[in-house]
Design a protein around this ligand. Sequence first.
Ligand code: NIG
Ligand code: FE
Length: 421
Amino acid sequence: MEGNLIIDNCTLATPRGHKALRGSEMGAWEEMPGCRIIVRGGIIEYAGPASEAPRVDEKEYALFDANGHVAMPGMVDSHTHLVFGGFRPNEFGWRLKGVSYMEIMQRGGGIQSTVDATHNIDAATMAEKGRWFIDRMLADGVTTVEAKSGYGLDVETEEKMLDAIHELRESCSDRIHVVPTFLGAHAVPREYKGRTDEYIDYMIAEMLPRFKDKARFCDIFCEKNVFEIEESRRFLKAAKDMGYELKLHADEIVTLGGAELAAELGAVSADHLLHISDEGIRRLAESGTVATCLPLTAFALKEPYAPARLMIDAGCAVALATDLNPGSCFSGSIPLTIALGCLYMGMTIQEVISALTINGAAAVGMADTIGTLEPGKEANIAMLHFTTIDALPYYVGMNCVERVWFRGMQVVTPSRSLPLD
Ligand code: NIG
Ligand code: FE
């Protein structure tokens, strides 16, 4: 009976497939009322029109009448900096007064100040902070979250971060997937200032081999005055040779060619892309790399949004994620991500949902098992308070998710339901 569930009378809202949707595929699906979802042992057996559902012995299942409400795949937040020491509200105040993100970083603040705080926090406290964010993500309908290290910048502290992520992955495994990424190449640490190549040598010699079993992905902040293209290429090639799958913070602050590098190296995703070039868009469209846009960061930095519309029209696979972190974007709000995607990036609600489900799943290498509501996939389901997905951008920046199931087990229950008249 564990994980056996029937959801009746729902409006099914799901993209389909086992890999990232590209270009026009992202918006080419419709919500479907009058559906039934049958889940056995946490895995979906059927999701579709109730009239075509196979007969099952209902006594063996928990039954739930959705009353027409939308059932969509649990969302994937495929880019977060979920664990860290300290907070940086002071910097936000400086930014409000016009000091730029990179100026703060070059003065030794920014990422480096979180590095200092992360050196001073223990793994258990860091995990406990992460759990606080996970509770909120889950309530927003997120059932898979990627989490990066990157505020250690030395073997010991990067390991402490990956251990905190591992502790979250274990302790929350009954409600959310936590996917670890090694981001030792997040900044050049103070003690290596002016010696970027030596820091890269150190990461290649000491960190990459040591963290191979602790992180599936390896990421880098490929940026002018941080890790330039040649430096990024050298580091990422070494990581790939050791078996890591690649991600890049690419073209976030200036146009540097990070998207082109991601395509060249067969990265799983290129993220940010606020300043992607036309050539970068073409290269991503021809590649298997997911273009992950992080609109909350653009919003918080008061920068232009990534050209998601152009990318989709060019045939890219676009994902959306939050980039939750203590600096550039202290927000993990899925509702605001949805609103920005529809209102300011020219995406349809179907495209936004594809970007937050199947394409997010592809960006963490899990499109085979999650990201859509189809037979054989995990029953990770977000149910809305509403009977149409149009409510998601309409209820601007507010959480529309009423209930969440993870592998067929309910993990979010509403305190109150909204009467629909
Ligand atoms: O994705 N740009 C690099 N990394 C993060 C910000 C990290 C921070 O400011 O602490 C980002 O924007
Ligand atoms: Fe980031």
